[in-house]
Write a new protein. Structure first.
Length: 539
């Protein structure tokens, strides 16, 4: 199971690193991954497959952990009482045949004392007398906690006076599903039955349905006092022998890895919401689109007066000066409205619980070219407007008047020519007098009127340069903003696609973790079942 755990942990690290590099995760998410426990009891040995059971005595100051280990060993191997003033040192009691590896770097190797023995009864167990877990010195407490990842079975020792110790209970609650647990109420010569019952009740409330709770007294002959109930030290040895016979090392190892996999899954699950989901991104893009329409209308309305002023100036400017003038329409006010839109979009992302960094970077890249994009659209529209001034209807009407300015005078001239020829013919026949100056004047007037009427109408229809530029500015600004809005939406959609890729990788990782967590430890052994918290399924 170690290889599978290491492989999943490596995959998780790679995914976290990629997601952080892309801006989806931050230091808080990496911190969750960093606290996933990696140390195991197997790290203490050269051969992890044939290693002994690792049992550690944990508890507060003065509860008799060292005395219990000395009684177990049958010799003074752990310092007790006044001989242990610092409570920092950890004592390892291990058979001489066990091949210990170099101690992991997370352990305080300078504060470790290894005691070898030849007892066949203790061949399959490595005992650890850990520093006091409730030490007032932070370094001592850290030293005790550093050993916990490397322990199969925690022998949690309390005394009648200190069994409600807060520090010990916090550790118990946090790590109850990572180890087997054996509880010892030591110094039983000072205890009462109600204290054992109260401690058993606290253990059940903590998730241990049927805890193994034994009472011991490590004073010689109980210092001449009669114990309320018989000393149960022999049962401690019987429990350990039962674990060895039941091959519990493998199952306790599986229990520890399962707890570590659960921690890894929790870290990944906590990071997944930063990527959003399909529905969230669809809602964000839709809201962003509506917000941009409002921003577009605001910019167009606010730019109306500057466009009127600019149109008057552009009407009398040459092409070079006109292009320079058009570049100034996108001013600080328009840019501030664009930035307000970007800020609103970023706020919407944060409110949805999605990492805003990647989306904001893409939007900023588009916004950086907003002025140039709008200015180019304005120049194109103004040039097109000046090349084809007026509306399509006006341009058609002017084509008609242009045709009539040539056609009507020509028809008038033809009519005059016809009237002159007919007049001279009739005059020559003596049927009518010759036409003189009046005829000439009337003919000129007819021709002039035939030309002047369509000419006047054409002049009236001819759009002014200023109005043409103003109309082009309005069209160009709206077209430029439409294009800009499409680019902004495309950028947001690109972030959604990137988040979807990261989300798929995350869900594949979670699926693999779920498959590993489905393999529960085999707790068929009655001894092992009682030593494991009843809430292991919660992992």
């Amino acid at each position: 199971m170690k290889d599978a755990f290491q492989a999943l942990l490596a995959r998780a690290r790679d995914w976290f690193a990629q997601a952080q590099a892309a801006g989806w995760l931050d230091e808080t998410d990496l911190a969750r991954l960093a606290v996933v426990e990696q140390g195991t009891p197997g790290d203490l040995f050269v051969d992890e497959q044939a290693r002994p059971l690792v049992v550690a005595f944990f508890g507060g100051t003065g509860v008799g952990k060292s005395s219990l280990l000395n009684r177990l060993a049958g010799e003074e191997i752990a310092r007790t009482g006044v001989e242990r003033p610092t409570s920092r040192e950890a004592t390892l009691y291990v058979h001489e045949s066990a091949r210990l590896a170099d101690l992991p770097k997370d352990l305080p190797v300078e504060l470790v004392r290894i005691q070898r023995h030849r007892s066949g009864a203790h061949r399959s167990v490595l005992w650890i007398d850990a520093p006091d877990i409730d030490s007032t010195e932070e370094a001592n407490r850290r030293s005790a906690l550093a050993w916990l990842p490397h322990v199969d079975l925690v022998c949690y020792v309390v005394s009648p006076e200190r069994y409600r110790d807060d520090v010990g209970w916090r550790v118990l609650q946090q790590r109850r599903c990572k180890h087997g647990w054996l509880f010892v109420l030591n110094r039983w010569d000072e205890g009462e039955e109600r204290q054992r019952e109260d401690f058993a009740r606290l253990l059940r409330e903590a998730g241990f349905e049927n805890p193994v709770l034994l009472v011991t007294c490590c004073l010689p002959a109980a210092a001449g006092r009669t114990l309320l109930t018989p000393d149960q030290f022999d049962q401690i040895q019987a429990v350990l022998a039962g674990l060895v016979d039941a091959h519990a090392v493998q199952e306790l190892t599986r229990l520890g890895y399962r707890a570590r996999l659960a921690e890894l899954r929790t870290a990944v699950q906590a990071a997944e919401p930063r990527l959003g989901d399909e529905q969230t991104w669809a809602g964000l893009i839709g809201t962003s689109r509506q917000r941009w329409r409002t921003t577009l209308e605001t910019i167009c309305a606010g730019a109306e007066w500057p466009m009127r002023t600019l149109a008057a100036r552009c009407a009398n400017a040459n092409d070079g000066n006109r292009d320079e003038l058009l570049g100034g329409l996108w001013d600080e006010w328009a840019q501030s409205k664009l930035m307000a839109y970007l800020d609103g979009t970023e706020l919407a992302l944060r409110r949805a619980g999605v990492s805003a960094g990647p989306g904001r970077r893409r939007l900023d890249e588009v916004a950086a070219g907003a002025a140039a994009r709008v200015a180019q659209e304005l120049r194109d529209c103004v040039r097109a407007g000046l090349a084809h001034p007026g509306t399509p209807l006006v341009r058609i009407a002017r084509r008609v008047t242009g045709f009539l300015m040539a056609f009507l005078p020509l028809m008038a001239l033809l009519w005059v020519a016809w009237a002159v020829v007919v007049g001279y013919y009739r005059a020559a026949q003596g049927t009518a007098p010759f036409r003189g100056a009046d005829m000439a004047i009337h003919s000129v007037l007819v021709v002039l009127i035939a030309w002047a009427v369509p000419f006047t109408i054409d002049r009236l229809l001819r759009p002014s340069v200023e109005k043409t530029v103003l109309r082009a500015l309005r069209t160009g600004l709206r077209a430029g903003l439409d294009d800009l809005g499409q680019e902004l939406e495309h950028a947001l959609a690109g972030s959604a696609a990137q988040a979807a890729e990261q989300r798929q990788a995350c869900r594949r990782l979670l699926g693999n973790l779920a498959g590993m967590l489905a393999r529960s430890p085999d707790l068929k052994s009655p001894v092992l079942a009682r030593l494991v918290a009843g809430a292991t399924a919660h992992t």
